[in-house]
Ligand binder design. Structure first.
Ligand SMILES: [Zn+2]
Length: 212
């Protein structure tokens, strides 16, 4: 049995010896993992693995596992739209932010100028002074969904998103973005719709039920 045969989903109710052998050999499962997996029922292997490890950490007396990502910084910086899409960022610091902001306008010269910005911060700033298409507010969620679709088609990012397991993803910020995230300034005090976090979790769910 090849690893590909495991995709997209392991039916743990029928976890046969061959499948178990692959999990042990390729993914480092122990018998204890497999027993827990059976008890968890039918899940995608990534989420099941996450839950197995979480359970093991709790049993071992480790600190409570991360159940929410409350800002896209540090090890979770890759969730930010400012994360470079090239593995070798020195080639070109092109990001989901460039992509998203460029979609704001139908004026080709303006799009090109945004795409050519050296950093995502510059792309965002430039997008404040362009001809924004009239239907932008109606389409921006779908545009972001498509941008994330492309971003997380990159294997190393796809894996990292899946590795967040079942953690709630919240784009916490202090720059008053209450549409894409949740703002923690004194005025907003944790208010926000968190659309970016919601779209990322939706994307993660999709990835969890398709092949890796
Ligand atoms: Zn605020």
């Amino acid at each position: 049995m090849t690893a590909a045969a495991l995709r997209p989903r392991i039916d743990t109710a029928a976890l046969d010896a061959a499948t178990a052998a692959v999990l042990i050999e390729k993914y480092g499962y122990t018998d204890e993992h497999l027993n827990t997996l059976k008890q968890l029922g039918s899940r995608t292997w990534v989420n099941a693995r996450h839950e197995v490890e979480t359970a093991a950490a709790v049993l071992a007396g480790s600190p409570p596992p991360v159940t929410a990502v409350t800002e896209f910084q540090g090890e979770h910086r890759f969730l930010s739209n400012f994360w470079p899409l090239d593995e070798d960022a020195s080639v070109k610091d092109y990001t989901a932010e460039h992509w998203y902001q460029a979609e704001k306008t139908t004026v080709m010269a303006e799009r090109d100028a945004i795409r050519a910005c050296k950093t995502p911060g510059e792309a965002k700033e430039l997008s404040q002074n362009i001809t924004v298409r009239e239907d932008w507010d109606n389409i921006k969620l779908n545009v972001m969904r498509k941008v994330l679709e492309q971003k997380f088609s990159l294997p190393w990012l796809r894996f990292q998103l899946l590795a967040t397991g079942s953690a709630v993803l919240i784009e916490g910020n202090n720059w008053c973005d209450t549409f894409w995230g949740v703002c923690h300034c004194p005025r907003h005090g944790g208010e926000g719709m968190n659309w970016l976090g919601l779209l990322l979790m939706q994307k993660r769910n999709e990835l969890g039920t398709t092949s890796l």
